[in-house]
Design a protein around this ligand. Structure first.
Ligand SMILES: Nc1ncnc2c1ncn2[C@@H]1O[C@H](COP(=O)(O)OP(=O)(O)OP(=O)(O)O)[C@@H](O)[C@H]1O
Length: 329
């Protein structure tokens, strides 16, 4: 029995090279990308790894050299006219009138594209701008401007939203607001594809991710799958007398290593058990941190040895068994 997951985006063997001053520059190198319908999908990789090029190919803005692409099961760019109405994308900052309010800007846009005027209030609420809708666009922070751009794409009521590095240049509060907006959209049933070179930023909001390096997929799956299997069972314990505490924990059959004033404990079933064992002997834990890896460290591990300027080795994308659920239909 095969389980087929509905895909919003699927690419196979996607490839694109640019020519710059006579030299061939590979931007996307045989990319197999699967974005499931529903949820936030992080399209992650360092600068220059081919994310923007991929998005532009999907939107018909750049022509692929070879490979296939499907959006909601329609071959693109051939059948783009049939699916384009279901796709909203922000690849560049749209132009708004600086002296008009956010609401007026959206109303004008809605009129222009023939959207239901009632949608203006809905999308303002979607992006958390209802309270500031009467203020002039030029008084908006960068984060608010970015959210108004998202609101503008929502006027089409698309099923798939594509955001290319939407948090570039934003402060932590702005980044959080964009993250919450994306989460809210996914919770309403939309599919959100968000590209970013900051893995940690997207890790918090994405349901599934693809990690690319030098135009190739290096990992794909749910965030939990990618980091879960790499999470060590190690817990870092801060305690005033680590020597005695270490002996007590070792007596439980757990492996204990010293790390400065900390203990690294392997094999304890829960953090609570560690605190219980120590507290029974009058030793109190002041810090207890699970030592876990994040997407950044997964990425570094998967691309280890591939220094800048070197080509990714010609091995299957399923290397390390990382291509997991959310993967191919
Ligand atoms: N129009 C172009 N002409 C020539 N080379 C290009 C062009 N656009 C992109 N490239 C090159 O292709 C490679 C991939 O670039 P791309 O912008 O797709 O990556 P990215 O992952 O989106 O990076 P970033 O996060 O910096 O936008 C880079 O080496 C880039 O220099």
């Amino acid at each position: 029995m095969t389980f087929t997951q509905e895909l919003a985006i699927s690419t196979r063997g996607l490839r694109k090279t640019y020519r710059r001053r006579g030299k061939r520059q590979v931007a996307v190198e045989g990319l197999d990308l699967d974005v499931p319908v529903g949820g936030v999908h992080g399209f992650l990789g360092p600068n220059g790894s081919g994310k923007t090029t991929t998005i532009r190919m999907l939107l018909g803005l750049v022509r692929a050299d070879s490979g296939t692409m499907r959006v909601f099961d329609q071959a693109v760019p051939e059948r783009l006219p049939e699916v384009v109405g279901r796709v909203g994308a922000i690849v560049e900052q749209p132009k708004f009138f600086p002296n008009f309010s956010g609401r007026r800007n959206l109303s004008l846009l809605a009129g222009g594209i023939g959207a239901d005027p009632k949608l203006v209030e809905v999308v303002l609420a979607d992006v958390g701008l209802a309270d500031r809708a009467r203020d002039r666009y030029r008084t908006y922070s960068l984060g608010m401007k970015q959210r108004l751009a998202i609101a503008a794409t929502l006027l089409k009521d698309p099923d798939l939203l594509i955001f290319d590095e939407p948090t570039n240049g934003l402060d932590p509060a702005g980044i959080r607001e964009i993250r919450e907006t994306m989460r809210g959209l996914a919770d309403r049933g939309k599919t959100v594809l968000v590209s970013s070179h900051i893995l940690a930023e997207v890790e918090q909001v994405a349901d599934t991710v693809s990690i690319v390096a030098r135009g190739r997929l290096v990992a794909q799956g749910t965030v939990a799958e990618l980091i879960g299997t790499r999470t060590t069972a190690t817990v870092k314990v801060g305690v005033e007398v680590p020597g005695t505490a270490g002996e007590l924990l070792r007596a439980q059959g757990w492996a204990v290593r010293r790390d400065g004033r900390y203990l690294l404990v392997d094999g304890a079933p829960t953090g609570a058990r560690i605190t219980e064992v120590l507290a029974r002997e009058g030793l109190y834990v002041d810090e207890l941190v699970p030592v876990r890896v994040d997407l950044e460290s997964v990425f570094l591990e998967l691309t280890a040895g591939q220094g800048p300027g070197t080509r990714a080795p010609d091995e299957p994308d399923h290397q390390h068994g990382r291509r997991a659920a959310g993967g191919a239909a």
